[in-house]
Design a protein around this ligand. Structure first.
Ligand code: SF4
Length: 127
C-alpha cells in the first residue's frame, strides 16, 4: 500500500478546510453589512402599512411620493416647490430624537418619520 493516495486525500482535505475557514469571515462581513443597513431604520419608525401612513400617503422617501398632486391633479401643497417638500421642512416635524435622520411627527405619536419623507399633510415650516 502506498502513502501517495493518503497524502493526496489529506492535502485535499486541508485545502477544503482552508477554503471553508476563509469563507466564514467573508460570510460574516456580508451578514454584518446587512445588519448595519437594517439598523439604519429605527424599530419605532412608521411602517409602510401603518393605517395612518397609508391614509396620508406617507413615504419615507419623499422623491417616491406624489408631491406634485397632493391637493389635486397638478396641485401640490403650497409653501415650497413640490420637489423641495419633505419632513425636515414640515411644521409638524417634532425634532429631538437621538436618530438624526428619524424624528417625531405630530401625526404619528410615539413613532419616527424619516426627515427625507413626506405625506399629504406636509405644511411648510415658518422661516
Ligand atoms: S406631517 Fe410633515 S413631518 Fe409628519 S409625516 Fe407628514 S410631511 Fe412628514
Amino acid at each position: 500500500m502506498s502513502d501517495k493516495p493518503v497524502n493526496e486525500n489529506r492535502r485535499d482535505a486541508v485545502k477544503r478546510m482552508l477554503g471553508a475557514a476563509l469563507a466564514i469571515p467573508v460570510i460574516n462581513l456580508v451578514g454584518v453589512g446587512s445588519a448595519n443597513a437594517q439598523a439604519a431604520v429605527p424599530a419605532d419608525a412608521v411602517a409602510a402599512n401603518d393605517p395612518t401612513a397609508v391614509a396620508l400617503k406617507y413615504s419615507e422617501d419623499a422623491t417616491k411620493a406624489d408631491r406634485a398632486n397632493a391637493v389635486g391633479p397638478g396641485k401640490p401643497r403650497e409653501g415650497l416647490p413640490a420637489a423641495e417638500q419633505k419632513c425636515s421642512n414640515c411644521q409638524l416635524l417634532v425634532p429631538g430624537a437621538d436618530t438624526p435622520d428619524w424624528q417625531g411627527c405630530t401625526l404619528f405619536p410615539g413613532k419616527l418619520v424619516s426627515v427625507n419623507g413626506w405625506c399629504v399633510s406636509w405644511t411648510v415650516k415658518p422661516a
